[in-house]
Design a protein around this ligand. Structure first.
Ligand code: HEC
Ligand code: HEC
Ligand code: HEC
Ligand code: HEC
Length: 185
């Protein structure tokens, strides 16, 4: 009797996992909503906080979508059977925040044109971007803020990139895009 019950329990459990996990996984990947650079810009454009948005605008990440429109991108795409890189999830998964590391768009809040923006590295910002939350680092982290490290970078900087020419060196590459809050702040 007990064994039958247990078997029954496990069957429900296993069937449950099979049917529920795809949507559960999606939900787990992004527990918070995206907002786009324009929202971070309200505060992170100012000099006293370190104008992170302006620094980012000067990096390759801000042009990652534009890059997919170049002849070089067409050429790399053709080898992989991709006709138009600017509309293919196979490229946008790493060249835009809106695709959230997947081959499909995960949010309408971030224009694909923003390329690789704040929330690819720091996590979707809807719940941590409020001033009262942002001022308290632990509170911000509890609301979805990620303080990224090398593991975040190699989600995209890996051998799946058809343009990769040399191994990713975190220290060297971080130095090119760093955007600190001034010490005096
Ligand atoms: C309402 C203003 C405001 C908005 C909007 C805002 N931030 Fe902030 N952010 C702050 C302030 C203030 C700090 C704390 C600065 C300090 O420690 O001096 C901060 C700190 C941070 C930090 C560093 C955390 C720490 O304490 O070391 C990160 C990362 C960050 N913000 C990312 C973002 C991102 C990404 C967005 C957009 C999704 C965003 N912020 C939107 C005001 C804002
Ligand atoms: C969502 C994917 C993604 C993540 C996460 C990511 N990158 Fe990138 N990165 C790219 C893409 C795509 C390019 C190429 C953009 C272009 O040339 O248009 C790039 C380019 C760069 C470049 C310019 C390289 C050059 O030689 O021009 C640097 C530097 C860089 N990334 C550093 C980093 C660092 C450091 C991290 C982690 C803190 C990181 N990236 C995380 C996708 C990503
Ligand atoms: C796994 C993540 C990833 C995927 C998928 C990806 N890229 Fe990239 N792409 C990158 C990164 C990271 C860079 C920066 C160069 C590097 O790899 O170090 C980059 C750079 C580029 C560049 C600039 C190269 C240069 O020399 O300036 C082009 C063009 C490009 N990618 C085209 C594409 C095309 C087209 C696709 C789809 C067929 C694609 N990428 C798919 C991550 C990716
Ligand atoms: C390619 C990944 C990447 C992107 C894109 C990115 N950041 Fe960061 N950011 C980092 C990393 C890595 C750190 C350092 C984390 C640490 O110190 O632990 C950081 C640190 C910060 C800090 C804290 C600086 C300090 O001195 O404590 C702020 C504020 C910040 N980012 C805001 C932003 C904003 C706003 C954007 C968009 C305009 C943005 N970041 C885009 C990777 C990124």
């Amino acid at each position: 009797m007990r064994t039958k019950l247990l078997v029954g329990f496990w069957m429900v459990f296993v069937v449950g996992i099979i049917f529920l996990s795809p949507s559960d996984c999606m939900a787990q990947t992004f527990d918070h909503d995206f907002v786009g650079v324009s929202k971070c810009s309200l505060c992170h454009k100012k000099a006293d906080i370190g104008q992170q948005v302006i620094i980012w605008q000067g990096t390759a990440h801000a042009k990652a979508f534009e890059t997919l429109g170049t002849p070089k991108a067409k050429e790399l795409g053709a080898k992989l059977g991709v006709d138009n890189p600017q509309t293919s999830g196979k490229c946008l998964k790493c060249h835009s925040t809106a695709y959230g590391f997947t081959e499909n768009k995960v949010t309408e809040k971030v224009p694909v044109q923003e390329g690789v923006s704040c929330e690819s590295c720091h996590g979707p910002g809807k719940d941590y971007m409020r001033k009262s939350v942002m001022q308290d680092k632990q509170e911000a982290i509890a609301n979805g803020l990620i303080m990224p490290d090398e593991k975040t970078c190699v989600k995209c900087h890996n051998s799946e990139s058809p343009a990769m020419t040399k191994p990713f060196d975190f220290k060297q590459e971080w130095d090119k895009i760093k955007h600190p809050i001034p010490k005096s702040n």
